[in-house]
Write a protein that binds this ligand. Structure first.
Ligand SMILES: [Zn+2]
Length: 246
């Protein structure tokens, strides 16, 4: 395990709390969330929670639940509740780290409320890092991004193309593929859902006093990553120093 275990006081200054800062990374599909999360994880040595992977790793948690039937592939709220509890309460995911990154989570205000419950139960501080990208940025990134179906481990992870052939994977030379969820109709559905849910997520954060930091994602990905690194540094620092807010 890398990272630092730390003890800090809640911003109320009354009870000593221990636990990671839970950095929930949200933004429209195509804003660059996966890339930013990968940069942050590498820069700070942080673990990453991905709902999709957690569900795939623990299918037994969904026992007794009807399939969600969601055409965009989302799991239902009770399934999310079970997965969060199993991951953070039962397994202690993130214990000993200064922060945990949540890639593309929450997708709804209800999911953020569930995460806030986890934060209370584990004395972790929930924070929201939003990538704000306009429509041209999102379309441009969607059109350009490719994945390697051979290298994985997650077929959603953006691939690194070969230097001499941008259509092939740098690692295995396989021809890169469009991401399945980037097909125009699926992407439009995902974007519409994010646009509809985003105000409620922001409201939920405001009501619960969850720090909400917005990073402009309309610049180059390296600049977006640097801005996100500065934001996460501030979120971790403010959790360590009672009374201050980012
Ligand atoms: Zn590959």
């Amino acid at each position: 395990m890398t990272g630092t275990r730390m003890t800090y006081r809640s911003h109320a200054g009354t009870a000593p709390v221990t636990g990671a800062v839970l950095v929930a990374v949200v933004g429209p599909p195509g804003a660059g969330k996966s890339t930013v999360v990968r940069c942050l994880a590498a820069e700070f040595g942080l673990p990453v929670f991905r709902l999709r992977e957690a569900v795939r790793a623990r299918p037994e948690l969904l026992g007794g639940l009807a399939p969600s039937g969601d055409p965009l592939g989302w799991v239902g709220l009770e399934a999310v509740r079970r997965v969060l509890r199993a991951t953070f309460l039962d397994r202690g995911f993130g214990v000993g780290y200064s922060a945990v990154l949540l890639d593309n989570f929450p997708g709804t205000a209800e999911q953020l409320a569930l995460l806030a419950e986890i934060g209370e139960a584990t004395c972790a501080r929930v924070t929201l890092l939003e990538l704000d990208a306009d429509a041209p940025t999102v379309m441009n990134r969607i059109v350009q991004r490719r994945v390697c179906l051979v290298c994985g481990p997650d077929p959603h992870t953006p691939a690194v193309p070969a230097a001499d052939d941008p259509l092939r994977c740098r690692s295995c030379q396989t021809v890169l593929a469009r991401r399945d969820t980037d097909r125009p109709r699926l992407h439009a559905g995902r974007l519409a859902r994010y646009t509809a849910n985003r105000p409620e997520i922001a409201n939920c954060a405001a009501e619960r006093g969850i720090p909400h930091v917005v990073v402009n994602a309309d610049t180059t990905m390296s600049e977006v990553c640097r801005a996100a690194q500065r934001a996460v540094s501030r979120l971790i620092e403010s959790a360590e120093s009672p009374g201050s807010r980012p």
